[in-house]
Write a protein that binds this ligand. Structure first.
Ligand SMILES: [Ca+2]
Length: 393
């Protein structure tokens, strides 16, 4: 009885009108037919797409608009926090043999491989909890411009099962289709995943070796040059207005002539080619980025992402943090501090549900309200000022 009431409430809460559900069912039927036509066994297709309603979480996340551009110091604040460095160094000790084997075979620096693993899934701890066939069917049937793309990813995912790489019940990942410990989308998985532990299956979900080997293979195939650098921090003269951007590469000695020096002030020299990135303008830290940075960029096309991977790799290797501070008096927070900020909001009577360390709309609204209460400008941003105002360390 109680269950029946819950079921009624749950279906009422879906707020999806009848015709849309009928559309979804017929769309899924078409996807099933397409997958069978593409060569996937009917039993796999039917088990994978035994769904009659869209995945609500995927619909919500695919429509969510970022409320503001995340400042680079916030982005690096949680992606390269102390915990991810400590955890990464421990995982690198644990998987030292496989990381060195991947470095040897593919020529890709093991600290970079580990950094990708750390950012993509927190070293395998957070690979995502969306059932991929359901998520991809939801995206493919959502009437957007990328229907064909999602259908291709769905078929590729099912083919991995057909091929014996993975069992269907292991196909869990992010709402947008990337999955496994290093978050490949299915077509990339098909193309570039490797069986690095030699058991005959390419299992990026359950095998750390397969995941790390596949990432090394991906980076090598994306132009990684063995032995090359990826990024160095530099000093840029205040008001610098010369060339910049990944595409405008020049030799280190040319950069030296343009007034750029290493972060510790030492001169730049040599013929290695790099481009200059100034993610926060000439008053913030500057970076010279090499061809290997571009290989990292290809993994997830955003310079902030490649910067985070590059910096985390350096930190895992024992190098210190950035020399030049970000040009802000309100820096970003680590994951532990974000969680603590939510606990402080709850303790101060703000209803944000459960503290989970994820800064969503409810947390942002509460932050904005708290900022107003403290006479600060209401931004909704999880920064250090509001953290300290609420009693965070
Ligand atoms: Ca394997």
């Amino acid at each position: 009885m109680k269950l029946a009431i819950q079921a009624v409430l749950a279906s009422a809460a879906l707020l999806v009108p009848g015709p849309a559900l009928a559309d979804f069912s017929s769309c899924v039927s078409a996807l099933q037919a397409g997958a069978i036509e593409a060569g996937v066994d009917r039993s796999i297709v039917e088990a994978a797409l035994n769904v009659s309603t869209p995945d609500e979480k995927v619909l919500r996340l695919s429509k969510a608009q970022p409320e503001f551009k995340t400042p680079i110091w916030d982005y690096l604040g949680f992606l390269v926090d102390d915990q991810r460095i400590i955890d990464g160094q421990a995982m690198m000790r644990k998987y030292d043999r496989v990381l060195r084997a991947a470095e040897q075979q593919f020529g890709v620096n093991r600290f970079v491989i580990a950094a990708v693993w750390g950012v993509e899934s927190d070293y395998g701890q957070d690979p995502g909890d969306s059932f991929l066939p359901h998520a991809l069917a939801t995206l493919a049937c959502n009437g957007g411009k990328r229907t064909k793309f999602w259908r291709g990813e769905l078929n590729a995912a099912l083919k991995l099962v057909e091929r014996g790489d993975l069992e269907l019940n292991k196909l869990y990942g992010s709402w947008a289709g990337a999955f496994g410990q290093t978050q490949f989308i299915p077509t990339t998985y098909q193309r570039l995943a490797v069986d690095f532990d030699g058991d005959g299956r390419r299992d990026l979900v359950g095998s750390v070796a397969d995941a790390l080997g596949s990432t090394a293979n991906y980076l090598r195939r994306s132009g990684w040059e063995p032995g090359g650098s990826w990024m160095i921090e530099v000093q840029v003269p205040e008001g610098y207005s010369g060339p910049k951007g990944r595409g405008k590469k020049a030799s280190l000695s040319t950069w030296g002539q343009r007034g750029i020096a290493r972060a510790d002030g030492k001169p730049l020299s040599g013929g290695a080619k790099a481009g200059l990135l100034l993610p926060a303008g000439s008053r913030g830290p500057g970076f010279l980025v090499f061809g290997n940075f571009d290989a990292i960029y290809s993994y997830n096309q955003a310079e902030s992402y490649a910067l985070a991977i590059s910096h985390l790799a350096d930190r895992l290797a024992g190098y210190p943090g950035l020399r030049t501070p970000w040009p802000t008096d309100d820096p970003g927070l680590s994951r532990a501090e974000r969680l603590r900020l939510q606990e402080l909001l709850l303790a101060n009577g703000f209803d944000i549900g459960t503290a989970d360390g994820k800064i969503g709309p409810a947390t942002r609204a509460a932050i904005a309200e708290a900022e107003s209460r403290f006479g600060m400008e209401p931004t909704g941003r999880a920064g250090r000022k509001i953290y300290q105002a609420l009693g965070g360390g």
